[in-house]
Design a binder for this molecule. Structure first.
Ligand code: DHB
Ligand code: FE
Length: 280
């Protein structure tokens, strides 16, 4: 059966794409952020995943406010990036994994999750930037399955529900025939607010407690309602739901292999974690 070899959780700020395009990785502003990925890439070189299940939130490229699924899973042979208006270069297309996509979809619907299945899907910076940070040559060595969670238009799914979605993804992967090595990536957060009176809001104490909780008390964040999460982390900080779903896919116990946290990248507290499942 397939195996989840780890989870990588990271922020996904569009400005990262500009920094990559202009090769600013070693500039003082960017260096602490990009340096965080060096140990993660070393781990990837050893871990050699075959497939990435990418848990992220679309920001208006594939879904807009007129049609907004709570949960959506890609089932396309290929996923393309496109111009989102941030002025960042597009990246090469990603290979899908139809067998794992449909297996996930059947398993999740079988567990009573209502999904939108997407046989055509554009992927935005929340998908492409983490991939470019993990594989800077953009010669993607993995197939991919996109899983979108709505954090753009209210009502949003609760943290507890996102946790259960992640658990169900973990169970589905564990029952996927074959011996694929599956990496879960969760992208969004950490605390940030791009608009309104609290634009620029960052909550370092909450972010660090949240990061620690993922290895020590992983359901900790599920105690909070969406409105409490917005209050604590900002209107876009609530993207941390992706981290929670990715962590849940690892099962009850996980150990932290690497973590970094850097304020700010653009308006965002940029966090990065690498977690490995611990057999129970
Ligand atoms: C920024 C952060 C995001 O998560 C995003 O999707 C867009 C912009 C920012 O801080 O600029
Ligand atoms: Fe975002």
């Amino acid at each position: 059966m397939a195996r989840i070899i780890g989870a990588i959780t990271t922020s996904h700020v569009p400005a990262i794409g500009g920094a990559i395009a202009r090769q600013l990785q070693h500039e003082p502003y960017w260096k602490p952020f990009f340096d965080g990925f060096v140990p993660v890439r070393e781990w990837l070189a050893q871990a050699r995943p075959d497939v990435v299940v990418m848990v992220y939130n679309d920001h208006g490229l594939n879904f807009f406010l007129d049609k907004m699924p709570t949960f959506a899973v890609g089932a396309a042979p290929q996923y393309r990036h496109a111009d989102e208006g941030w002025g960042i270069p597009t990246v090469p297309p990603f290979q899908g994994n139809l067998d794992l996509s449909w297996h996930l979809i059947e398993s999740l619907v079988g567990e009573d999750f209502d999904l939108t299945t997407c046989q055509e899907m554009l992927v935005d910076h929340a998908f492409t930037l983490p991939m470019a940070l993990l594989w800077p040559d953009q010669n993607w060595p993995v197939t991919t399955v996109p899983v979108c969670i709505n954090t753009v238009q209210f009502p949003l799914p609760s943290a507890a529900r996102c946790w259960r979605l992640g658990e169900a993804i973990g169970r589905a992967v564990a029952a996927f025939p074959g011996d694929a090595r599956v990496l879960i990536v969760g992208t969004g957060g950490l605390s940030h607010q791009l608009d309104g009176e609290r634009a620029g809001f960052i909550n370092k104490d909450f972010d660090l407690q949240f990061m620690q909780s993922l290895s020590t008390d992983p359901r900790w964040a599920t105690q909070f309602s969406i409105h409490q999460l917005v209050e604590k982390t900002g209107t876009q900080g609530v993207e941390l739901l992706m981290w929670l779903a990715a962590r849940a896919a690892l099962g009850p116990a996980a150990r932290q292999v690497h973590a970094s946290y850097h304020i700010p990248i653009s308006n965002t507290a940029a966090g990065l974690m690498l977690l490995e499942p611990v057999a129970s």
